[in-house]
Ligand binder design. Structure first.
Ligand code: MN
Length: 474
């Protein structure tokens, strides 16, 4: 009896009735338990998981770890280059945009009877990275033949630490969940061969990879190195003048100074690689596209684009205003582009802070402002002296005022950080990474723009965001 009353009390405390926006549902407060998620056959329930995650619910720690471990077992047994066949839906970068991933799965076909190939970059930038990982891993466990997940350049310790997957794991779960994810990322395959005609990877081709055998020979089971073929597959980009084949002296491979590692590859590098390996085209992700997809120059031999660049995160970083795309290959060798529009998602403060942590910086600033305004009602003479005589209390007040002035300057800075973080939305990585970047001229420009207001269009976003597309520390 007593217990029942107590639980009603908790219930009333947890759910106040006078909410500002009553139609917004409460996040799920219970953690999804192992026995509730997993069927008796050992597979997780996709519908239960999706419903729970969609409502911002978290998983019980053991439940999360079991999903990650089961997926790891499956990836570990796959070759470096997995063979996939039509019909097939190809999806590129997701970047923690869980609510858009749900749109993608609805548009791409039911995973129970549709083959999928994902080109990597499931985490970082967006704010629902754990949700993406749990759902994708659960799909892999249920339909291992249908769900193919390649590794992207963000599925590494270095990137998740500089961006925010590590922070998200620790805020929502624990270091154990983070470390288990990292060990699992180490096991993910890096390439896929579609119908023996299309080679797919996250970044691009490498000067160190001449044949498909070279891919099969790689040892992929480690943190992605900072150079070499494994790094290149995940990091390379097509050259800016890829389609301009008339341009003289184009190198096949040039160091990628935008990313700080990997290469820019040319049309000829791509064409030669395809020719040598009897392939029709390369399909890759890694770079945002305004309309979700870019078809590069066609080969005169095949009349088919040698390279297709795909991007599946709409309104990337809540800032780019881009439309995303997925590719559907049907039985009849037809390729269909499906565009994906961004959909609204729950609001999350930068670095997953709660309103009190975030608001504290504003409050500290306004409190010091208030105190200063009171002290400013008196001149320094008035504070230090009384009737022309030296006064100890006045001297102390003057010292306090100096201290508050220093505090006010510091709090003005952190208040500015708040404002910039809100204006930049998904563009800024963690505060920590952002602080070390503060001194750079291009970053100062970014911040000056962000102070003026929110980044509004695609061109502005892509220009300002370029610094964050680099490998950290390069
Ligand atoms: Mn990428």
């Amino acid at each position: 009896m007593w217990e029942l009353k107590y639980s009603i009390l908790i219930h009333l405390m947890a759910y106040p009735t006078d909410r500002q926006i009553a139609k917004v549902p409460y996040p799920k407060s219970n953690r999804l338990m192992e026995q509730d998620l997993f069927h008796s056959n050992g597979n997780p329930s996709i519908s239960k998981l999706t419903e729970h995650l969609k409502n911002e619910g978290l998983l019980d720690e053991r439940c999360g770890l079991r999903l990650i471990e089961l997926a790891k077992g499956l990836f570990s047994r796959e070759p470096n280059m997995i063979a996939v066949h039509r019909p097939l839906t190809i999806v590129a970068d997701i970047h923690g945009q869980f609510y858009d991933l749900l749109t993608i799965l609805a548009a791409g076909g039911d995973p129970a009877n549709t083959k999928y190939l994902f080109l990597g970059d499931y985490v970082d930038r967006g704010q629902f990275e754990c949700e993406c990982i749990f759902l994708l891993f659960a799909l892999k466990i249920n339909f291992p033949q249908n769900i193919n997940l390649l590794r992207g350049n963000h599925e590494t310790r270095q990137m998740t630490k500089a961006f925010q997957f590590k922070i998200e794991c620790k805020k929502k779960y624990s270091s154990d969940i983070y470390n288990a994810c990292m060990d699992t990322f180490d096991t993910m395959p890096v390439c896929a061969l579609v119908d023996k005609r299309f080679l797919c990877m996250h970044g691009g081709i490498s000067p160190d990879i001449r044949t498909l055998k070279d891919i099969e020979r790689l040892n992929r089971f480690s943190e992605t190195p900072t150079s070499g073929p494994l790094c290149d597959l995940l990091w390379c980009d097509p050259a800016e003048d890829f389609d301009d084949v008339e341009k003289p002296n184009q190198p096949n491979f040039a160091p990628n100074n935008v990313r700080g590692c990997g290469y820019f590859f040319s049309y000829y590098a791509c064409r030669d690689f395809l020719l040598n390996n009897n392939l029709l085209g390369i399909i890759r992700g890694h770079e945002v596209q305004k309309n979700g997809v870019r078809f590069f120059r066609k080969s005169s031999r095949t009349n088919f684009p040698v390279l297709i660049s795909l991007f599946s995160a709409p309104n990337y970083c809540d800032t780019y205003n881009n439309v995303a795309a997925i590719l559907k290959f049907d039985e009849n060798k037809q390729m269909q582009v499906i565009h994906i529009e961004a959909r609204p998602h729950p609001f999350v403060l930068p670095n997953y802070e709660n309103a009190f942590q975030f608001g504290e910086r504003f409050i500290l600033y306004y409190v010091t402002q208030l105190l200063l305004n009171i002290l400013n009602m008196y001149s320094p003479d008035e504070l230090a002296d009384e009737d022309g005589r030296f006064d100890k209390t006045g001297e102390e007040l003057l010292n306090k005022k100096r201290l508050i002035q220093t505090m006010e300057r510091a709090y003005a800075d952190v208040k500015k950080t708040n404002k910039i973080a809100l204006n930049l939305r998904g563009l800024t990585p963690s505060y920590k990474a952002y602080k070390t970047l503060l001194e750079r001229d291009d970053v100062k420009q970014l911040i000056a723009e962000a102070e003026k207001g929110r980044i509004k269009n695609y061109d502005q976003a892509i220009e300002l965001d370029q610094i964050f597309e680099r490998r950290p520390g390069t």
